[in-house]
Design a protein around this ligand. Structure first.
Ligand SMILES: [Zn+2]
Length: 304
C-alpha cells in the first residue's frame, strides 16, 4: 500500500490523488466491500496517481464509481477511467447524461472561472464518457455494496445544483464531496467553499440540516480526508458561511481582487486569534480560491 493511501475501518480507503501535484488537496475513496465502488475520480491529471494507488492495493479492475458532482476536480478523470475499464459504470446527477458524453460545454463553463490555460495545466483535459457508461442518480437511491451493505445517494444542492452526497450506514460515513467545505491537513476547522454560479445559502443550509439528522461517525471530504466529530463540523461550517456572507455584504463596492485581499486579511487575523499555526493558515488561504469565493457570494447576494 502506498504512503498516500490510508486504510480506515470497514474496508474504506482514502486515496490522495495529488491534485495539482500537491499532497492533501483531493481525496478519492474506495469502498472495498464485496461489491466495491470508487467515490470521486479526481481531475484528469491525477488519474495516474489514482491508478497506481489502486494497484498498490491489488485492485486492477474498477467496475463502478460514484461522483458527488460535475466539477472537474471531482469528475475530470472519468473519461480516462471509462477508457481503461470499458464496462465501467458511473453514478452521477442526471446532468451527467448531458455533459459527460460531450464535455466541451462543461470545459468552457469551468474555463470562465479558472481560465483555459490554468485548467489544461493543472487539472488536464476531460475525455468524453459514452452515454452507456452513465447511470443517472435519483434522490435516496440505494447502491448495492454487497452483503446487505448499501450506499445511499442523497441529493444535496447548495454548493452545486448537481451535487449528491453518499451515505454508508454500515460504517456511518458520509461522503460529502464539497457540501461541507474545506478542511486542509492539520486543520480541524471548516473553510467555506461557495463557488459561482450555484452557491445558494438557503439550499446549502437545507442540505446540511438534512445531513445532520443522519446517524454519523465520519465525514469524508473531497478536500480533504476523513474526519470525526461530524455534527460539530456541520455547525462550524454553517457558522463560518454566515460570517463570510456578513463580511462580504459589508464590503464597499470593490473589485474582486481587492475584495479577495480584504477577505484574506480578515481570515488571517481570525485564524491567528484562534491560535492556528502559520503553516496551516497558509495552507487554507493558498488553497481557498478566495476570488472565486467572493464571486460566489456576490452572485448569491445579487440573485436572491
Ligand atoms: Zn471540489
Amino acid at each position: 500500500m502506498k504512503q498516500d493511501v490510508i486504510k480506515f475501518d470497514n474496508h474504506i480507503y482514502q486515496i490522495d490523488v495529488f491534485m495539482e501535484n500537491k499532497p492533501g488537496r483531493m481525496s478519492c475513496y474506495y469502498i472495498d466491500s464485496s461489491n466495491p465502488i470508487l467515490i470521486e475520480v479526481g481531475p484528469s491529471k491525477s488519474f495516474p496517481y489514482l491508478i497506481s494507488s489502486l494497484e498498490s492495493l491489488g485492485i486492477n479492475q474498477v467496475n463502478r464509481s460514484a461522483i458527488t458532482h460535475l466539477h472537474l476536480d471531482h469528475v475530470g478523470g472519468i473519461g480516462h477511467l471509462v477508457e481503461k475499464f470499458k464496462d465501467h459504470f458511473v453514478y452521477i446527477h442526471e446532468l451527467g447524461l448531458k455533459h459527460l458524453p460531450n464535455p466541451e460545454k462543461l470545459w468552457k463553463a469551468v474555463s470562465e472561472v479558472y481560465t483555459e490555460d490554468w485548467l489544461s495545466t493543472n487539472w488536464g483535459e476531460i475525455k468524453p464518457t459514452p452515454l452507456n457508461n452513465i447511470h443517472s442518480l435519483k434522490d435516496k437511491e440505494l447502491i448495492d455494496l454487497g452483503n446487505g451493505r448499501k450506499l445511499e445517494a442523497i441529493y444535496g444542492p447548495g454548493h452545486a445544483k448537481h451535487h449528491y452526497t453518499f451515505y454508508d450506514a454500515y460504517s456511518k460515513t458520509l461522503f460529502m464531496g464539497d457540501t461541507l467545505g474545506l478542511i486542509y491537513p492539520h486543520g480541524d476547522f471548516v473553510q467555506p467553499n461557495l463557488p459561482p454560479p450555484d452557491f445558494n445559502k438557503e439550499l446549502l443550509f437545507n442540505t446540511l440540516d438534512k445531513l445532520y439528522t443522519l446517524d454519523l461517525e465520519y465525514l469524508a471530504l473531497a478536500h480533504f480526508g476523513i474526519h470525526k466529530n461530524p455534527y460539530e463540523l456541520i455547525v462550524n461550517a454553517k457558522e463560518s458561511i454566515e460570517l463570510w456572507i456578513d463580511f462580504v455584504t459589508k464590503l464597499p463596492n470593490l473589485s474582486i481582487d481587492v475584495a479577495a485581499e480584504s477577505l484574506q486579511t480578515w481570515l488571517s487575523s481570525n485564524y491567528r486569534i484562534l491560535g492556528v499555526d502559520e503553516d496551516t493558515i497558509k495552507n487554507y488561504l493558498d488553497n481557498g480560491n478566495l476570488q472565486m469565493q467572493i464571486q460566489g457570494i456576490k452572485n448569491f447576494l445579487e440573485n436572491t
